[in-house]
Design a protein around this ligand. Sequence first.
Ligand code: UDP
Length: 484
Amino acid sequence: MGDNGKPLHALVFPYPTQGHVTPMMQFSKSLASKGVVVTFVTTHHRHAQIAQANSSSEDPVLLEARNLGLDIRSAQISDGLPLDFDRSARFYDFMQSVDSMDEALEELMHSLNKTEPPISCVIADTLLFWSLDVTKRFGIPWISFWTQPVGVYSIYHNFHLLRSHGHYPPRGTGGLDDCIDYIPGLPKIQSRDLPSFLQLQDTSSDYVLDLLMKSFQSARRADWVLCNSFSNLEPESIKAMSTETPILTVGPLLPSSYLDSQNSRDITVRTSFLAEYQPSTWLDTKPLDSVIYVSFGSLVHVSKAQIEEIAMGLKESGQPFLWVLRPDIISSEISDCLPDGFMEETCKSQGLVVPWVPQLQVLSHPSIGGFFTHCGWNSVIESIAMGVPMLGFPLWSDQYTNCKLMVDEWKVGLRLIGGHGDNKMIHREEISSAIARLVSGEEGKEMKNGVMALRESARSAMNTGGSSEINMEALVEALKPTVH
Ligand code: UDP
């Protein structure tokens, strides 16, 4: 309840991609469990995609909320594109269209305010920078939600320092070894560890960078900034950012059954955009800590030549593997991407290749020994929370920085990095030898011990009295006096 006796009503609006919708849905559940009414906003297209993936004629968000006894409502607005527009193939066109959703949001907020309780705050993805102006027209708080680590937030927030030190605009491949040791709270990194848009310039980087600059201008005016991280993971970055911005870490945002054995009520995510294949029966037949789980998230594309090299690397490693190969991993047009005979021979004896899985369920299976990941932030934090060491293969955006932190700061995995430009490939020998290092020997044991320690910190953060749980409570308390 707000101070005037009315319940708080938060409009939660993630950027309409998988890696943003999932953690913000989980956040919505946390918020609603504290008595806040939540309206969760997605686009018509993503909403239809999630319903289809869940084979549900009913709204999956409402279904989820009903199962948990929470007041989470669901609303959709248009992203301005036809439902059959290929958002994967024309991703930057899709992003640009999302930038023009302000009128649709304003209309939605007016219509929601005709019901009780009226909206008392907007919690929007940091990338939806334009929602700040819409929200301020309603005279209510705007909270910016960042789905990447605090360290990456700090890099963008301190972009001016990259400029003043001559590291932006990027100096091309020759500058990739440059040392960056002046971002407050962030350990020393190289230019090659910066988010991709800051490493090398191309036309798409220009658009995304412009979006990020606008987003970080808006974020400076946010009433709070929330981040899917936790205090023991990034203490220095959090401390440094806190002197600049009211930042609260509220992660890892995962269903509580994965974090707290006492609380097994909240078990589902139900926000997958693709139908999930259930690999548990296959995993059950594999020895403890033996399987390499391979997935490159929901967005990135990988060349056919690279996919073939990965296939051969997995084969040569001799380890069992579970490989998520999205149907559009190369492009929407190319479905046949594995080497001849791979499915018939290698997969029969050693591996399983599927289009999508319930990732948390997979990572929590005792047979999983390592995660060969593109280092999307959700994947990294999920792997940490499930105690699985990683093989990092960053390809885009914050993945380079996440990989650097994962390998050199937290020491819970190894890095596989190809060159830039034409030499981007990683080769089968590098892959098979990195897998061997990850799952065996002293080095493998140290990474496993390190990730198990972080797993404990992740769990403590979310349990009663933990830092993220305290921050959630503090947020709700702080919002109460703002209810009109
Ligand atoms: N994911 C999943 N099943 C899969 C592959 C990925 O559920 O087969 C989920 C994963 O658990 C994570 C999200 O998709 O929550 C991907 O987010 P991430 O930040 O790792 O990468 P992105 O897709 O944004 O590149």
